[in-house]
Design a protein around this ligand. Structure first.
Ligand code: THU
Length: 128
């Protein structure tokens, strides 16, 4: 599977190095592919006021939206975990705003990836 997402995986691994995570020391990288073909990356940015921390996924999504993109195809997450890392609830909610069936590849640094859809891991989504 890693072959089909190699470009996104590499981008997520690279941006993960920019993680600002002095508190948790948990670095996360995300690479979001838009329907346009454009790729936006993000990494987690922590804050001394912990609640002000923003996850890698949301940074990537917000970067894309602020550049005028709203159609997202898939997102790859990378963290240094044994099992593939799963997106937090807030990020799932933000993803659901734009694509209720977003494809999510959860990968560790070794390249072990698990593919899910947002609908599978976040059913009965809240909408207005
Ligand atoms: N984190 C992410 O970047 N994405 C997630 O989906 C889960 C958590 C970050 C936030 C924080 O900087 C660190 O991981 C530990 O929670």
């Amino acid at each position: 599977m890693i072959e089909e997402i190699k470009k996104l995986f590499d981008a997520a691994v690279k941006v993960r190095e920019n993680s600002y995570s002095p508190y948790s020391k948990f670095k996360v990288g995300a690479a979001l592919e838009c329907e346009s073909g454009e790729i936006y990356t993000g990494t987690n940015v922590e804050n001394a006021s912990f609640g002000a921390t923003v996850c890698a996924e949301r940074i990537a999504i917000f970067k894309a939206v602020s550049e005028g993109e709203k159609k997202f195809k898939r997102i790859v997450l990378v963290a240094d975990t044994e099992k593939p890392p799963s997106p937090c609830g807030v990020c799932r909610q933000v993803m659901s705003e734009f694509n209720s069936e977003l494809e999510i590849y959860m990968c560790n640094l070794k390249g072990d990836c698990k593919k899910v859809t947002l609908l599978e891991i976040f059913p009965e989504q809240f909408r207005l």
